[in-house]
Structures are given as structure tokens and as C-alpha cells.
Design a protein around this ligand. Structure first.
Ligand SMILES: [Zn+2]
Length: 440
């Protein structure tokens, strides 16, 4: 197979400096107390740790949460960290015994398209990765992100993952397709939940004309054999030219997963950069959760630094949940806390610590309604009791009691008890059902 020419005429994803003015009007001094000058590390999830508990409570009160995720959140779904050389070796070593590579990065560098063996390994590996994503189920952490969206607390989830597992939970992904290309920025960005910073494994793009295609059985089979399928769009153009008696075009493009390789620019880089600066300037994030990443990629480091300024300005904090501890020096003043933990375990910890946070919007609305009704009944009862005691003080007329007021009071008591029962039931149901889906 021929080497594939790659030329993507887009600029690298770069996050512009925020232009938002620093307003002194925020008075979140109490919340800002939790901000740190050095990264504070929690080596484990300790329920008796007061600071950790305060950080959790602050999260509970936050209104717009920005989330950044990495490979660590998909590990529990069985998706290998494909950039590590082990992940790659394990998957393809039997099929390509002659392959010697020094690192996972070498296999995901744009230069791989100059080497036929590497193209074959890349194609085979991508198909394996794609099949494993098709089998995978979203984790508790993915569901937590979907829950933030449903509670209208998610500003945006930026992910370095290419698996798109969030989509199965109804989140809207930054998919590169014809629709995105033809519509304006604002209408697309405002509805986006998950921004895929490193592209999308679930679509294919032509290396020459950049047309987007879906995976299908035939294309998957071709990848499995170690071959990149030819681009139907290029082939069609070529066919038309020949029919018109023209020369055929030099080369037909190949389809490859629409992911970003090392040394390559993001296919929708400008769009994402525009969106990030929009979120930083106007998104009003008041909490940043970073999960399952060691923050090694430059673009992602910049994102965290800019977003953290905005979060701190609003009295919020930046936390990192990951199994690997970061060195404090580079992140002091940017990340406030790092929690050394599996991401799903952290979500379980939250469920115990702040159960109300996991109620659905519907449950919250229903509870509010019941509480309103109860308060209304209390008022009515108080009024009747006052009238009752007044009339007994005046004792006029001297009395054949109708029992009418007593009867109304009893009815009110019954109503009240009914509402109390509903409230208790509702709470029981919530604690029984709470995040039931997440543990499945
Ligand atoms: Zn093409």
C-alpha cells in the first residue's frame, strides 16, 4: 500500500488569553478560603477529613462546573490507555512480530504515514480500539458528568478521550460532521456538552478531501486486514473526471479515524479554540473538576490555567482526581487539591457525602412542591388555631359548640400527615433509586 499524504490546513488548538475584566464585585470570601497557594494532596478518600468535606460541600453549592477528563475515566470501561506502549503492544504484538517501537507516542505520530508497516499496525490497532469501544459501557464517572448536565450544572466537559462513551448517555459531542461544518459557531457551541480535544474515533475522515464517513462492516474489515479503505468521495470524483475524458487525479485519499495524532493539527481546531475562549470569557465557571489525566499535553495545560483563573475569580476551586500524583511545583496556584483516587470511587464518595446533589431535577422540583404545600397548610392551621383560641377567650355566645372548627383542624392535620408521608416516601425512594443506573 502507498504511503498516505497528510495535509490538514488548520491551526493548532490554542487557547487565547481571556479578555474578561476582573471585577472586584465578587464577594465570595468564605468560599475563596478554600483556595490554596500550593496543591494540597489527599492521599485517599477519608470521610473524616474536614477540608475534603468542605471542598465537597463547595462542589454541592456550585452552579457552573467545568470538567476536564482523560484516559483514567474510561479505564474502568475496559478501554486501554492506547497511547501507552503496553496498551498498543498487547493488542497487536502477535499480528506484527516484526514491529519494534520505542514508545506508544511513536505509533501515534503523524510520521507513521510514511511507513507502510506502521500504517498496517495503525489500521489494525484502530479497528481493535473501535471494537472495544463498541462493547464498552459508560462508567459511573461518565454518568456523573451526564448528571451534571441534567441538573444544568455542566458548563462543558472537555475530554482528551476519543471513545465518545458520553454520547450513549445522551450528551451532545463536538462531532466533526457536515452539520457542524455548515452551521454557525454559536448555534453549535451552545448546545455542546462534550468537546473532544483529541478528535473522535467513531468517525472516519479522508486524508485528502477530509470528507467525513461512518464506520461500516466493510471498512472495519479493511482496517482489520491492516489496510486503510479508499475514500468513496475521491473515487467518485475520479470516476467522473475519467467519464468526462479528463486526466485522473493524482491520488485518491484514504479513510482514517478522525483522531488527532502527535505532530498533527486538530481538524476542528479553530472551532474548539473559539469555543474555549467563549467559555473562559462568558461561561462563568465556579468549579473545575479534572479527572483521570496527568495533564501532560501542552494545550490541556493552557486550558487548565485559563479556566482556573476564572474559577478562582468566582470563589471556586480546582480539583484533580487521579491515581497518579502530580508534582506540586508547576500547578501551585492553579490546582487547589488533588485527590489520589480512582474516579468512580470518588463519585461513590460524593454519593455518600452529598446525597442531595444526586437527586434529579424532577425529584428536586417535586420535593419543593410538597414543601410549599406543607408550609401553606401550616399557615392555615395556625390561623384557625388563633381564631379558635380567640373565640374561646371571648366566650360569646355562651355556647353550643358546633365542633366545626375542630373538624377543620383535624382535616388539616390529616392533610399535613399525608404530605409528611409523601415527603418521607419521596426521600426513601430517592435513597433507594439514587444513582441506581450508575452502579449497573
Ligand atoms: Zn477523499
Amino acid at each position: 500500500m502507498k504511503s498516505v499524504p497528510i495535509k490538514r490546513e488548520v491551526r493548532e488548538v490554542d487557547i487565547p488569553s481571556p479578555t474578561v475584566s476582573r471585577s472586584p464585585s465578587f464577594s465570595y470570601s468564605q468560599r475563596a478560603d478554600l483556595q490554596t497557594e500550593r496543591v494540597m494532596t489527599f492521599p485517599q478518600l477519608d470521610s473524616s477529613d474536614e477540608t475534603l468535606s468542605n471542598v465537597t460541600k463547595l462542589l454541592n453549592r456550585s452552579r457552573k462546573i467545568a470538567v476536564l477528563t482523560g484516559a483514567g475515566i474510561s479505564c474502568n470501561a475496559g478501554i486501554p490507555d492506547f497511547r501507552s506502549s503496553n496498551g498498543l503492544y498487547d493488542l497487536v504484538k502477535n499480528q506484527f512480530p516484526e514491529l519494534t517501537i520505542r514508545s506508544g507516542q511513536e505509533m501515534f505520530d503523524i510520521s507513521l504515514f510514511r511507513d507502510e508497516l506502521k500504517i498496517s499496525v495503525f489500521a489494525t490497532f484502530m479497528e481493535k480500539l473501535y471494537s472495544s469501544v463498541q462493547m464498552a459501557k459508560p462508567t459511573k464517572t461518565h454518568r456523573f458528568i451526564a448528571h451534571l448536565k441534567n441538573r444544568n450544572k455542566l458548563l462543558r466537559c472537555y475530554t482528551q478521550n476519543i471513545d465518545g462513551l458520553e454520547e450513549t448517555l445522551g450528551l451532545i459531542m463536538s462531532r466533526d460532521d457536515e452539520n457542524r461544518r455548515s452551521n454557525g459557531f454559536s448555534s453549535i457551541w451552545k448546545n455542546l456538552n462534550v468537546v473532544q480535544l483529541h478528535g473522535d474515533l467513531n468517525t472516519l475522515a479522508c486524508t485528502k478531501c477530509f470528507t467525513i464517513f461512518e464506520w461500516n462492516r466493510f471498512r472495519a474489515r479493511s482496517f482489520r486486514r491492516g489496510e486503510l479503505p479508499c475514500c468513496p468521495s475521491c473515487e467518485e470524483k475520479n470516476f467522473k473526471r475519467l467519464q468526462e475524458g479528463k486526466r485522473s487525479i493524482d491520488s485518491v485519499g484514504f479513510l482514517r479515524p478522525n483522531i488527532v495524532l502527535y505532530g498533527e493539527n486538530h481538524p476542528t481546531g479553530e472551532f474548539i479554540a473559539q469555543g474555549l475562549s467563549h467559555d473562559i470569557a462568558k461561561g462563568k465557571p465556579d468549579f473545575l473538576i479534572i479527572m483521570g489525566t496527568s495533564l501532560k499535553v501542552d494545550g490541556v495545560k493552557k486550558l487548565v490555567k485559563h479556566m482556573s483563573k476564572q474559577v478562582h475569580e468566582r470563589g471556586g476551586v480546582v480539583i484533580l482526581i487521579n491515581k497518579t500524583i502530580l508534582a506540586d511545583s508547576a500547578w501551585a496556584g492553579t490546582i487547589d487539591y488533588q485527590i489520589c483516587s480512582d474516579c468512580d470511587s470518588w463519585v461513590s464518595y460524593l454519593e455518600k457525602e452529598i446525597p442531595d446533589f444526586f437527586k434529579t431535577q424532577e425529584q428536586i422540583d417535586k420535593l419543593r412542591q410538597l414543601k410549599r404545600e406543607a408550609s401553606e397548610l401550616r399557615k392555615q392551621k395556625k390561623l384557625l388555631e388563633q381564631q379558635h383560641s380567640l373565640s374561646s377567650i371571648m366566650k360569646t355566645p355562651p355556647t353550643t359548640p358546633t365542633g366545626k372548627d375542630d373538624h377543620t383542624l383535624t382535616l388539616l392535620d390529616e392533610d399535613m400527615n399525608q404530605i409528611k408521608r409523601k415527603l418521607i416516601n419521596e426521600d426513601d425512594q430517592i435513597s433507594n433509586k439514587k444513582f441506581k443506573t450508575s452502579s449497573s
